[in-house]
Ligand binder design. Structure first.
Ligand SMILES: [Zn+2]
Length: 101
């Protein structure tokens, strides 16, 4: 299977954009005092990044899925998107059924 040049370009530019933004954030983080980081963590830990309400953590096959108790957004920690992507279709259906109303 060959990758179209335009797709490779899009990937290249997206990666460049990500690296650029990541560098800006890393520089910002470097300037933040340890105290400020602790304050932010206390404020945001297990809170929805979109609406600020509490997250409900569910362990499904070792994947810790955080679901917002208010807006129902689903959040994944580092590496977990890869783990979810490796689930078979049946496993994915079961994961979604955990949250079904
Ligand atoms: Zn939310």
């Amino acid at each position: 299977m060959s990758v179209k040049p335009s797709e490779a370009e899009e990937e290249y530019f997206a990666r460049q954009e990500y690296e650029r933004k990541k560098k800006v954030e890393e520089e910002k983080h470097g300037r933040l005092a340890e105290e400020e980081r602790k304050r932010l963590k206390d404020l945001h830990y297990m809170r929805c990044p979109k609406c600020g309400m509490e997250l409900i953590e569910v362990n499904y096959k070792g994947i810790l899925v955080d679901k917002c108790s208010e807006c129902e957004g689903i959040w994944l920690d580092t590496g977990e998107l890869e783990s979810v992507s490796k689930l078979e279709k049946a496993g994915l259906d079961k994961l979604f059924s955990v949250f079904r109303r």
